[in-house]
Design a protein around this ligand. Structure first.
Ligand code: GTP
Length: 346
C-alpha cells in the first residue's frame, strides 16, 4: 500500500502565515504539520509515502527530510506548474503501485487508516471517500450517501433557507482510497480537480463509490487561521489523542511569572516577572516581557511581546514584535516579522 499526500497548494486562506512557510509545514504544537499525517500513516503500517509538491517545494523537503525520523520513507514529486488535486495524483501516482491512500495535506485527524482501508476493501470499492459530520452544513459542499454507504451525489453549499430541506451533514474529509481504475478518468498533463472533475466522473461512469463516515474520530481542516488556532486549543484541551507531542523545552521563567500547565513552550523562551502565559503555544526563543498577558494564542519562534501587552486568541508568525501596552485581540493574525507599535490596538 502506498500513500500520496497532496501538499502543493498555495494555502491562500492561511495567509499571512503561509507567505514564507508552506501550509504543509506550518508549526502545529511546535512540530511541522505534515508530521501528524506521516504518523497516522506509519501507525497503519504504510511506509511508502509520496509528497506531491508545487508551492515552495524546497522548504517542505528541507523540513521533512527522508521521513525516517517519522517511521516512513518519503519520496518527493514536484509539479512543473500546479496541476490541481487530481492532476497531482495522476502526475505522482504509479499505476503499478495498486491501491493508493490520498490525503489532503491540511487535515488534522487521528483516524485509523486501516479501518478506512478495510471499509474500502470490504465493499470492493473503486474509490472510498472519508466523510466528516459537521454542525453547520451551510459552510460546506455536502456529500449524500445511501443507507449502504454508497455515495449518491455532491451538493453545493446549501443556502441557509434550504437547510431545513436537507438532512445531509456529511462533508468530504480529504481522505481517499483509490484504485488504479480512477487514474483512467484523469487526463494526462492537465490541471484537474477531484472535487469538480473526478468525483462527478466516478458517479457518471457507475464505478463503486463508497463512503466511510467518521463518527468518533477527531477531524479538522487547518487551512484557515481560525481553524489553525482551534487545532492548538483542541490539543491543549486533550481532545486529540495518540500523537507524540513535544515536551516544553528549557526556558527562563521568572519566579514571579506564571505559565500554566497547559501551555507549551519550545526551547529558549524567556518569560519576565509578573508576565502570564495561559493556554498558549510559544515557539523557540519567544520573549514575553514584564506584566504582559498571553492567553489562548500561538506565537511562532523568536517573536517578542512587550511589557503590559494583553493578547488573547491571536496567532503571530515568526520574528514579530509587539510594542509595550498594545492590545492584541481575538482573531488577530500577524505574518512573519510584523511590528506593532507601542499602545496599538489590533
Ligand atoms: P487555499 O488556497 O487556502 O484554498 O489552500 P490550498 O492551496 O491548499 O487548496 P486546498 O485547501 O483546496 O487544497 C487541498 C489540498 O490539496 C491541500 O493539501 C493542498 O496542498 C493540495 N493541493 C491543492 N492544489 C494542488 C496542486 O495543484 N498540486 C498539489 N500537488 N497539491 C495541491
Amino acid at each position: 500500500m502506498q500513500a500520496l499526500i497532496l501538499a502543493g497548494g498555495k494555502g491562500t486562506r492561511l495567509r499571512p502565515l503561509t507567505v514564507y512557510t508552506p501550509k504543509p509545514v506550518v508549526s502545529v504544537m511546535n512540530r511541522p504539520f505534515l508530521v501528524y499525517q506521516l504518523e497516522i500513516l506509519a501507525r497503519a503500517g504504510i511506509t511508502d509515502v509520496t509528497l506531491s509538491l508545487s508551492y515552495q517545494p524546497d522548504k517542505i523537503e528541507d523540513v521533512i527530510g527522508d521521513g525516517s525520523e517519522y517511521g516512513v520513507k518519503v519520496n518527493f514529486v514536484t509539479e512543473p506548474s500546479p496541476m490541481g488535486t487530481a492532476g497531482a495524483y495522476k502526475f505522482a501516482a504509479n499505476a503499478e503501485g495498486g491501491t493508493t491512500v490520498v490525503l489532503n495535506g491540511d487535515i488534522l485527524t487521528d483516524v485509523d487508516i486501516n479501518h478506512v482501508i478495510e471499509c474500502h476493501r470490504g465493499r470492493k470499492a473503486d474509490a472510498t471517500l472519508v466523510l466528516a459530520r459537521v454542525d453547520d452544513p451551510s459552510r460546506y459542499g455536502l456529500v449524500e450517501t445511501d443507507a449502504d454507504g454508497n455515495i449518491l451525489k455532491f451538493l453545493e453549499k446549501p443556502k441557509p433557507g434550504d437547510l431545513s430541506e436537507t438532512s445531509v451533514n456529511t462533508i468530504n474529509a480529504g481522505i481517499y482510497i483509490l484504485e488504479p481504475s480512477v487514474l483512467g478518468l484523469i487526463p494526462e498533463g492537465e490541471n484537474h480537480s477531484f472535487e469538480y472533475n473526478v468525483f462527478p466522473a466516478i458517479l457518471e461512469k457507475g464505478l463503486k463509490f463508497n463512503a466511510c463516515i467518521l463518527e468518533t474520530e477527531y477531524w479538522r481542516d487547518i487551512g484557515n487561521p481560525e481553524s489553525y488556532l482551534q487545532a492548538h486549543l483542541d490539543f491543549l484541551d486533550g481532545k486529540i489523542k495518540g500523537f507524540d507531542l513535544p515536551a516544553s523545552g528549557a526556558s527562563e521563567i521568572a519566579t514571579a511569572a506564571s505559565v500554566d500547565d497547559r501551555s507549551l513552550l519550545a526551547e529558549g523562551c524567556v518569560v519576565k516577572p509578573n508576565a502570564k502565559v495561559i493556554n498558549s503555544v510559544l515557539g523557540p526563543g519567544v520573549h514575553v516581557e514584564e506584566k504582559a498577558v498571553v492567553e489562548n494564542s500561538v506565537i511562532w519562534g523568536h517573536s517578542r511581546v512587550g511589557s503590559h501587552v494583553e493578547m488573547d486568541g491571536a496567532v503571530l508568525g515568526r520574528g514579530c514584535y509587539i510594542g509595550k501596552n498594545a492590545a492584541v485581540r481575538p482573531g488577530t493574525v500577524l505574518g512573519d516579522k510584523a511590528s506593532i507599535p507601542d499602545y496599538s490596538k489590533v
